[in-house]
Design a protein. Structure first.
Length: 296
């Protein structure tokens, strides 16, 4: 690994991953093994299926309150979300998935990491392995050197990459939820309404001054976390950096060049799936799919 792929290649890749999340309809069953990634996040659970050449085939995501700080707090809830997402993907593929790869934030105790495996198994999938989240993100970004910052729902994870390997990580409790909290406070609205406002492209420009202090807090977390490591560039991933202007605020506050990945919500899930070994599918059973689940 010597150079990262150009930004345009990353944009194409992420566009393809995002496209399958919104696609409906049945596609030809894969005649070759597939790679499946499951990301159990604080805000969203994402499942993504790739073909053996890493091309996105199917996927879906649901907002779910089943994990906090990388720890599964609602095992049955997590398993049923994964089962629903699996059913949606299977319906689209016309095939039954057999295995999935999972992930965990660095620094989480081994017992909690195992819980991710057990959730996958409870959804009738063999767990083909677990990868730490920054390494999954770097399976997509393919940085030889740099800093990956994952601003998820609950936390900001910082990972320093040197020679293609994650050599240092830190995780601090500031994420998208905190943006929602400040919007709720500033506008005097309930959290659900603040969350809707936050992700509404028509309202984001007006909300930037409200959420800017939280973005500056993320920048301060990054500065502390990287310590004395060299910082060629900061690469932002995670759903929260979809808020326009996030990268600019971090660049201004840190003085380091900063880029937000396109469709940042799907970088880590795509990386988990890329890390998975290709496994055969089985013929499709009769599947019933919940309407709550976004089809992909
Ligand atoms: N378009 C958007 N603009 C702003 N924020 C967004 C947008 N889309 C999603 N988010 C936010 O992204 C966050 C979820 O991101 P992500 O899925 O990366 O987190 P997670 O993996 O569930 O959480 P964690 O990594 O902390 O466990 C939520 O707070 C959500 O509100
Ligand atoms: Mg995450």
């Amino acid at each position: 690994m010597t150079t990262a792929p150009p930004l345009s290649a990353l944009a194409d890749l992420m566009r393809d991953a995002a496209a399958v999340m919104d696609s409906t309809g049945v596609i030809d069953p894969p005649r070759q093994p597939v790679k499946v990634g499951v990301d159990l996040g604080t805000a969203y659970v994402v499942l993504l299926v790739l073909d053996a050449q890493d091309r996105p085939l199917a996927g879906g995501y649901e907002s779910a309150d089943v994990v906090r700080d990388g720890v599964v707090v609602d095992f049955a809830g997590a398993a049923s979300v994964v089962r629903r997402l699996k059913a949606v993907a299977e319906q689209r593929l016309g095939a039954t998935l057999t295995t999935a790869h999972g992930s965990y934030p660095p620094g989480v105790p081994l017992a909690e990491v195992r819980a991710v495996q057990h959730v996958i198994e409870a959804a009738d999938l063999e767990c083909s392995g677990l990868v730490d989240e920054p390494s999954a993100a770097n399976a997509v970004l393919q940085l030889p050197d740099g800093v990956i910052v994952d601003v998820g729902g609950g936390t900001t994870g910082v990972a320093v990459v040197q020679d293609g390997q994650v050599v240092h990580t830190a995780d601090e409790p500031t994420g998208g939820h905190h943006l929602t909290l400040v919007i709720a406070g500033a506008r005097g609205v309930p959290l659900e309404e603040a969350e809707r406002m936050k992700v509404d492209p028509d309202q984001q420009r007006a909300l930037l001054p409200v959420v800017r202090p939280v973005m500056e807090k993320v920048a301060a977390i990054i500065r502390t976390a990287v310590g004395g490591f060299p910082v060629p560039r900061i690469h932002l991933v995670g759903g929260s950096v979809a808020f326009p202007g996030f990268a600019d605020v971090v660049a201004e506050a840190t003085g380091w060049q900063t880029t937000a990945a396109p469709h940042p919500l799907f970088v880590t899930p795509l990386g988990i799936a890329r890390t998975a070994p290709a496994a055969p599918t089985l013929p499709a059973p009769e599947a019933t799919v919940s309407k709550e689940t976004r089809r992909g």
